[in-house]
Ligand binder design. Structure first.
Ligand code: ATP
Length: 473
C-alpha cells in the first residue's frame, strides 16, 4: 500500500506543480511529507504551523480532490505539523523528481513562445517556420530588466547582454556561464532567449542538460536520432543549462560534442551554464572541456550583502507590499548563499502579510521564517561570539563565564548573550549554560537591556551591529 500511496503522491505533486507553477510549488508544496492513511483520510505533514495553515487554506480542497481522483477510497486530507517520530510514507518530493507536467509536444505550432511558467523544454521561434516540437515557453519573469546587477554578476550580465544583442560575435562563442546554486545562471539564459525573441527573426533552443539527455535517449529508442540532430543543428542559438549533469554520461556527451561542433562551425551561438568552470568539470571529456573554454567564460560570484539588499528591494517593490528596510537587511544578513532561497523567504513573508492583513515586522519575520532561519543559523557558534566580543572590548575570554560584575565586563557579556540569541537557534537556558551556568532569566534580561541601550545610544548600536556583521561574514 505504501508504494501505491507514494506513487499516487508523486503524480498529485506533479499535477499541483503544473497547476500552480514552479515557484509556488517550490515555496509552498515542496516541503510536504506524506504520512499514513487512516480510514478514508490521508495525512500530509509540513514543518511549521504557518506552512500547514497556508497549504490548508490555499490548496487543501484541491489536494483532497486530487487524492480522491487517484484513490477513490480517500475522501479527506489531514494537514499536520510534523513532529519527531511521525510515521513517514514518502519524503518530500523535490521538483526535479516530478514527472514532466506539461505535454512534451505542443499541439499546434506556436509562433510567440512566451508563457508564464518555467520549463526545460526548448523554444524555437522563427516566424513562419517555427516548429511545434521545439516550441516551448521561457519564464517571462527572467529578463534583463528584472536581473539586478552588482559587482558579483556584472561581467556575466554584460556577456549575456552582448550575446543577446549580437549572437555569434567573435570571442563570445561559446558563452560559458558558471557559478554556485541559485545565483542567476538560468535567469540570464532565459533573459538572452527573451531578448532574442523580442528582436525576432532568430531561432533559439533552450533546455537543461538533463532534458537534452532524455531527448537523445528517446530519439534513439524511437529511431529518430537523425531528426533530433537535424532539429538541434538547425537552430541559431542553442542554450544548455546545468551541463554538469552530463558528467559520467559518455554517450550523451559525445552527442553534445558533435552538436556543439556542428553549430559552432556553422557560425551559430552556443550558451552553456554549469556549476563549475570548464577546467574544473573534471568528469567531462577533455576535448569537450577544451572547446567549452574557447569562447567567453564568465563566473557569477557569490552575492554580496549590497547585492542581496538590491535584489530584495526590487522584489519587494514589485510585490507592492511594504517590507521595512530592517527586515530586508535582516534577511540579507541571514540568507547569504542562494538568491532562490532569499526570494522564497521574501515570498513567504509577503504571502503571510497578505493572508493575515498584518504589516511585516522583524518579529513576524522571525516567526514566519523560523524553519529557514534555523537552517542558516548553524554557522555561528556561541564560542565564536564570545571570542569576538571579548576581543572587541579587550576583556579576557574567561570573563564571559566569570562571576565578575564590573560594567566593563558585564556589558560585553550581555552583548554576547544578545548576539547568541540573535545569531544562533540556542534556547535561553542553553545560552545561560554557556555563560558560566547562568539562569535563563539573566539571558532574557541581557537581551532586553542590550535592545534598550541600542535604541538610546547610537554609538553602542553601531558597535553591536558591527560585531554582528563580522560574525556573519
Ligand atoms: N541578480 C539577480 N537579480 C534578480 N533575481 C535573481 C538574481 N540572481 C538570481 N535571481 C533569482 O534567483 C532565483 C534562482 O536563480 P536561477 O534559477 O537563475 O539560478 P541558477 O544559478 O540557475 O541555479 P541552479 O544552479 O540551481 O541551476 C531565480 O528566481 C532568479 O530570478
Amino acid at each position: 500500500m505504501s508504494g501505491l500511496l507514494a506513487d499516487a503522491w508523486v503524480r498529485i505533486a506533479g499535477r499541483m506543480r503544473a497547476e500552480v507553477g514552479d515557484v509556488e510549488y517550490r515555496t509552498w508544496l515542496q516541503q510536504i511529507v506524506l504520512g499514513p492513511v487512516d480510514g478514508d483520510e490521508v495525512t500530509l505533514m509540513l514543518p511549521t504551523r504557518f506552512l500547514r495553515d497556508w497549504v490548508r487554506s490555499q490548496y487543501g480542497d484541491r489536494l483532497s480532490t486530487l487524492w480522491n481522483q487517484e484513490i477513490p477510497a480517500i475522501r479527506r486530507v489531514e494537514l499536520q505539523v510534523m513532529r519527531a517520530g511521525d510515521a513517514v510514507v514518502a519524503p518530500a518530493v523535490a521538483m526535479d523528481n516530478l514527472p514532466e507536467s506539461r505535454p512534451e509536444v505542443a499541439p499546434t505550432p506556436v509562433a510567440a513562445t512566451r508563457a508564464s511558467s518555467m520549463s526545460d523544454r526548448p523554444l524555437l521561434d522563427r516566424g513562419a517556420d517555427t516548429r511545434a516540437d521545439l516550441a516551448a515557453p521561457l519564464d517571462t519573469r527572467f529578463t534583463f530588466d528584472t536581473f539586478i546587477v552588482g559587482k558579483p554578476n556584472e561581467f556575466a550580465y554584460a556577456c549575456a547582454r552582448r550575446v543577446a544583442e549580437k549572437p555569434s560575435s567573435v570571442g563570445f562563442n561559446p558563452l560559458f556561464l558558471y557559478g554556485g546554486v541559485g545565483l542567476g545562471k538560468t535567469h540570464l539564459m532565459h533573459a538572452i532567449g527573451a531578448e532574442l525573441l523580442r528582436r525576432g527573426g532568430i531561432s533559439v533552443a533552450y533546455m537543461s542538460a538533463e532534458k537534452f539527455m532524455y531527448r537523445f535517449i528517446a530519439a534513439i529508442r524511437s529511431q529518430s536520432t537523425v531528426e533530433f540532430k537535424d532539429h538541434l543543428r538547425s537552430v541559431d542559438v542553442l542554450m544548455i543549462d546545468d551541463l554538469q549533469f552530463l558528467i559520467g554520461k559518455d554517450n550523451t556527451q559525445e552527442e553534445f560534442f558533435h552538436t556543439f561542433n556542428a553549430l559552432v562551425d556553422a557560425g551559430r551561438q552556443i550558451v552553456v551554464s554549469a556549476d563549475k568552470s570548464p577546467s574544473d568539470l573534471s568528469g567531462l571529456e577533455d576535448r569537450l572541456r577544451t572547446r567549452l573554454g574557447c569562447g567567453m567564460v564568465a563566473d557569477i560570484h557569490a552575492t554580496t550583502f549590497e547585492l542581496r539588499i538590491s535584489i530584495l528591494e526590487a522584489k519587494a517593490t514589485a510585490s507592492g507590499v511594504a517590507v521595512p528596510g530592517k527586515v530586508l537587511e535582516f534577511l540579507a544578513h541571514k540568507i547569504t548563499t542562494n538568491v532562490r532561497e532569499l526570494e522564497g523567504a521574501l515570498n513567504r513573508l509577503i504571502a503571510h502579510a497578505n493572508l493575515f492583513g498584518r504589516p511585516i515586522t522583524l518579529e513576524s519575520t522571525q516567526d514566519v521564517l523560523h524553519d529557514i532561519l534555523k537552517a542558516h543559523d548553524r554557522r555561528v557558534t556561541i564560542e565564536e561570539i564570545q571570542r569576538k566580543v571579548s576581543e572587541h572590548w579587550n576583556i579576557r575570554l574567561t570573563d564571559m563565564s566569570s562571576a565578575r560584575r564590573a560594567r566593563a565586563v558585564a556589558r560585553p557579556r550581555q552583548v554576547a548573550m544578545y548576539l547568541a540569541k540573535q545569531l544562533t537557534s540556542r534556547s535561553l537556558p542553553e545560552i545561560g549554560r554557556k555563560f558560566g551556568n547562568r539562569d535563563h532569566t539573566t539571558v532574557m534580561h541581557a537581551v532586553s537591556r542590550v535592545q534598550e541601550l541600542m535604541e538610546r545610544d547610537a554609538a553602542f548600536a553601531e558597535d553591536v551591529e558591527l560585531l554582528r556583521r563580522m560574525l556573519e561574514s
